[in-house]
Design a protein around this ligand. Sequence first.
Ligand SMILES: Nc1ncnc2c1ncn2[C@@H]1O[C@H](COP(=O)(O)OP(=O)(O)O)[C@@H](O)[C@H]1O
Ligand SMILES: [Mg+2]
Length: 256
Amino acid sequence: MALLEVTNITKRFGGLTAIKDVSVAIEGQTITAVIGPNGAGKTTFFNMITGFYTPDEGDILLDGKSIRGNRPDQVAAKGIARTFQNIRLFKEMTAIENVMIGMDTKLRSGLFGILFNLPHVKREEERVKAEAYRLLKYVGIEDIANTEAASLPYGVQRRLEIARSLAMNPKILLLDEPAAGMNPRETVELTEFIRRMRSELNLTIVLIEHDMKLVMDLSEHIHVLDYGQKIAEGSPEEIRNNQRVIEAYLGPGEAS
Ligand SMILES: Nc1ncnc2c1ncn2[C@@H]1O[C@H](COP(=O)(O)OP(=O)(O)O)[C@@H](O)[C@H]1O
Ligand SMILES: [Mg+2]
């Protein structure tokens, strides 16, 4: 059984069908890419898996159980974490505070403890902070732990989002254009890092990306969307040579 199974999902926005009857099965501990031209429906696809939108039709199964209709926080608690195409950090908070926010469901002490400054709350805060620092270190940006998120370079902000998404200790990590805005050197480092996360954290990774070198280097399996529909799936080799895929990217006239 696939770890994550999306069956025949459709999502409409008024008259526009952003995703039409798309099915995708993802095995555990694999790296899968979802590619396609701008507006193909890739982010909408992620938004449905992570509970930001509910599909109009179809189902989403995690470990064989439907998570359709779950809220984003419920999906996250079940082990699916994500990053955003348009980075979503708390800009005025420091890097480490952004990661601590991602962990706050683990802060059990609650308001009562904070108000009365109880010693176990202090200990819990210290523990959360240490764990957040460990995550920053894991993604390689612990040196900027106390820097305000807004003032960090783009590539560092993307790594920070990954650190925050790991704070929930996910099984599945969805990355929406993780290399966008990165220079070639950062992109190569990111490719290595994604591979490392998969093996060290036993993660299942699904990524949306336009950088074809990254996609081809990293993915074991690729799904191609075009105008909301899945037009191909296969290995990097199969996708590279797929005529429909070439046409979707180049336009039919140029792909003869
Ligand atoms: N919340 C929304 N309301 C209306 N239209 C949307 C919404 N989200 C996405 N769309 C539309 O759905 C289509 C697919 O968008 P998106 O999933 O962002 O594509 P991609 O990530 O592949 O570039 C686009 O035409 C986009 O304008
Ligand atoms: Mg998108």
